[in-house]
Ligand binder design. Sequence first.
Ligand code: PGA
Length: 256
Amino acid sequence: MGLDMARRKLIAGNWKMNGLQSARKQVQDLITLQGGEMLAKLDVLLCPPATLLADMVRDAGASGLHMGGQDCHAEDHGAHTGDIAASMLKDCGAAYVIVGHSERRADHGESSAEVKAKAEAALAAGLIAIVCVGETLHEREAGQAFSVVGGQVKGSVPDGATAENCVLAYEPVWAIGTGKVATTDDIAAMHGHIRELLDALGGTALVDARVLYGGSVKPGNASDIFALDNVDGGLIGGASLKAADFSAIIDATNGR
Ligand code: PGA
């Protein structure tokens, strides 16, 4: 990322455990809706289930639309039944991988140390790591949001992270899939905090690292969120499943 490309907006869709072969149609629909123009101005990414990844890389073709994985193992290969190595994602055309999503942290008990190891595997494979952090409602109500997220950032950001190979995603757990969105003041405050932490952690290497917001981002609220100073795009779950909604969220960046 040269200076002119610094903090180029990234709109990332996380399909989670959704999508059969029939869902691949969304890729063509999205390309038709957005065309080459959006893909020249900002980075757009879809992270489908691993079963669709290689097919969707082919579907995206030369459109500029990026594909990514939703998780990877910390090891490069070996006896880990059911897991996927970062190099395998890279091999089938992924450019990014999400690590440390709160659903992985909760459902699979992933610690920040494990997330960091996964992110380091992603970097070693030549992928861009999207490192997710976020507090639960209980932690926010107990006044611990900043300390929890701070601990996750310090514990999960990989060694060797730069603005080119690492993206942060702040996703308050209570806002994911619930329709509840953090207020713009809360988002601005947390993103400012994360940016200070990144400066302290990575110095100049992370000054221009992108920090995404995620949690119930929809076409109707996206432009207010994306207009905030330290918000460099979004990680979109439910609203990324339909090309029309995802396209409207991309439009909400106004090409900034
Ligand atoms: P949501 O999910 O947009 O459905 O709230 C966001 C995420 O978990 O990445």
